[in-house]
Structures are given as structure tokens and as C-alpha cells.
Design a protein around this ligand. Sequence first.
Ligand code: NAP
Length: 454
Amino acid sequence: MENHTTRPHHVAVVGSGPSGFYAAAALLDAEPDVRVDMFDRLATPWGLVRAGVAPDHPKIKSVSGQYDKTAAREGFRFFGHVCLGEDISREELLERYDAIIYAVGSQTERRLGIPGEDLPGSIASVDFVGWYNGHPDYVDLAPPLATERAVVIGAGNVALDVARMLLLPEADLRSTDTADHALDALVASSVREAIICGRRGPREAAFTTTELRELNDIEGLAVVADPEQVPADIADDDTLPKATRRNLELLRGFAENAPGPEAEHRMEFRFYRSPVEIRGDGRVEEIVLAINRLETGDDGRTRAVDTGERETVATGLVLRAVGYRGLALPGVPFDDDTGTVPHTEGRIDGEGHDREYVVGWIKRGPSGIIGTNKKDANETVRHLVADLADREPVATDAGHHDTIETWLRDRCPDLVDQAGWQAIDAHERGRGETHGRPRVKVVDREELLKLSRP
Ligand code: NAP
């Protein structure tokens, strides 16, 4: 068998978000002569760092600097605007690469399954987040913002992100890289209030402390909660994890807030509420919420139980932020219950898949923060590298690297390579600089492709 130090391995990474980049970096660290080709269906890399992280969180987005360093390493190539399953197939990748790592994330929403869920004005957070972040698929969303109150379903960080984006003061919005179409719409919006509904209680909420704490610093925003739901002694229970207690202290602080007349905007946390119906004549006009009590199951997990009582809230906009969900990849095993690919520590399970691997949300489900993907990718890559060491390579000719590129360019004449992305990036940053913003995003596919051409 030929040693990999004399003939490099070729690995395809499908998806260019955090988990894809951490996998690429781990591979390049483990096998200095490995060739890593990263694919994305979009013309731009970085996945949720570009299209998911809220625009008013530039520090979180700055992690992209690490991805730039990985992209500059010997042996790495980026091929954007290439869609697996449309432009190229899994089988074609397996013919050309020693292994494939799928890093495609969770590209769709978890459904509520209630009447009225699809009324105009009821919007999945996946779409709303994509819209304000300039994801080309969601540019035309046009959320109805001529309503005073929005209701956000879910008690996680995405719920906080979307509620905050609706209520940020104009000056805060204008200094971000929010896509221009969304910036204009948000500045002109009539939304003054967002009610965040959690189906369980404050102890069970999935917010992280930093995200709750920063709400105190937003100009003109009154953040409130019901003192009966968040009583004065709620954080006293020292059997609770430290992070939960800190969150409860913050929520208790909100319960003590009385919105002053100076508050332009209002964010309310309302717990023990599940949506049961969204109603309206051709568009959202109100949402019916079930009032829940909590019950602890045999597994120790607390669950929400409907008391039968109902509450109706008038609103023109419902944002559903109850979690993301993975989509099946053509020819790759998929667990429909979890929305993930069945795997063992990153190695995809099932016959005929011994050269395929997963990382990130398509591996473990939509949980954790960006950094969580590093450990996750390292686990997968450790196994991949061990497997490569005793595997017969798929191609042995020295020109294989170039042959792949020729095939790809022939198949996808509009592909965007690293230089093409760098041209887009420089253009966006340049436009941002003149407006005191990190970047002004280009959201039109054709314009992106045009900018990427030499
Ligand atoms: P999440 O943290 O899993 O929260 C989902 C929320 O939806 C939970 O409160 C959940 O309640 C609720 N929910 C689920 N099904 C529901 C239903 N049928 N009816 C009502 N409520 C329902 O998910 P996420 O907010 O989408 O965030 C995804 C991941 O990205 C998380 O790990 C998050 O921390 C991370 N993230 C981080 C940041 C940041 O660091 N700034 C920003 C955004 C996202 P139950 O708990 O009762 O199931």
C-alpha cells in the first residue's frame, strides 16, 4: 500500500460553516499533506456565522478570522455555488475523494403542528434570521412589520435574537451588517413589543446568561417578566446549576422592572405558554396560547402539561423559534425522528458508507454554541485520519488534484473559488467602511457571481 506521505489523501467537506471549517483545520493539522476541498451551495462561506449569528453580535462573527486562516493553508480549496445533489452527486465525490465529511447543519425548522402555522405573518425563525442576515434564499420574505406586537415562540437564544432584532434602536441597527433590505424594513417597523413565550418555566429556559444580560444595555428597551412566574426567591435553590441560577437572577431582575414612560420598546418573557392555534382572516391576527403546568416524568425531565386554560394575544407577527432541523442528503442515511444522520462518533452508520463522516448539527442536532463544533469536529477527524491510514487511496496519479478542479469547473462554470470569495469579501468590507459598518452584504446571486469573477 502506498504511504500517504508520498501521495496525499483527498477529502471533500460539504458545508462551509463552523463545523466544516473546524473539521478542515483538524485534518490539515493531522495530515500536513492532505488536500481538503470545501463545498458550499452558496457563493459565500461561513454558514451560520454569516447567515445565522445576529448582526448585533459582531464579536461572535469575528470567529470568521479563524476560518480565513484555515482557508489560506496549503492544501485547502473552497468551491462555492456548488450544490451536492444538484450540480454534483455523492457518487461522483466518492469516485474522486478518499472521504467525505458532511457539515451541512440543520437547514430547516422544527414544526409546531398547529392550525394556522402557515398563515401569512407566521414565520419560522430560520427564514427571519436568513432574511435579516442577507441569505439569498430569504431576501423576498417581507415579514409584516406594520404591527405593534410580535409574539415569539420558544425560550432559546434564537428567540432572543429575533426579538432583539425587532426592538433594537435605529442607531444600533445602522452600525451592523444587517442586510440593507432588512435594515430599512426594521427601521420603518411599527413593532414596539415582543412577547417571548416559553412552554415550560424560567428554570427550564434555554437562554444563555450573556444573551440575557445584554438586554439590560439596550437603549430604550424595557424588559419585563411576571413576578408571579419569576418570584423573588427563584434563584435561591443551590441545587440548581450555577448558569441556571445566574439566568434566574437576571430574569428576576426583569420581573422587578416597571416599564417607565421613556421605554420606546418592550420585551416580555411569558412562561408556561404553548401555542395551540394561530388565527386570522388571510393573515395572522391573533395567537391562542395554552396555559401549562409542569410535571416531572419518570426520566426526571420536566414537561409542560396543558391545564385546559387559554389566553388569546392579538398580534400581526408570530415568529416560531422552536429549533432547527436537519434535511436528508441524497443517498445518505437519515433519522427522521432526530433530523440527523445516524453515526458512531462521526463515522456514518450503515453498509456502503465507510468513507463518509458527519460533523456539527447534522451529526448531533441543533445544539451548542459555535465553539462546541470544534470538539465535535475533532472527534470525527480523529476517526477519519485513523481510517485513512489503512485505506487504499481512490486515486494515485500526481495530477489528481488538478483533474478534480477541471471536472468541477467544467460541471459548474459559475463556481466561486477562494479568490472569488475574497473579491466579494473585499467589496462588501469596502462598502461597509464608507458607512461605518463591518460590511454591506451583497444578497443578489447574480451580483455575487459577477463580483467573484476575475
Ligand atoms: P433551543 O436552544 O433548543 O431552544 C428551543 C426552544 O424552543 C426551547 O425553549 C424549547 O422548549 C422550545 N420548543 C421546542 N418545541 C416547542 C414547541 N413545540 N412548542 C413550544 N416551544 C417549543 O434552540 P434555538 O434557540 O434554535 O438555538 C439553537 C442552538 O443555537 C442553541 O444551542 C443555542 O444556544 C445556539 N445559539 C446560540 C446563540 C449565541 O450564543 N448567541 C445564538 C443563537 C443560537 P423546551 O426546552 O421545552 O423543549
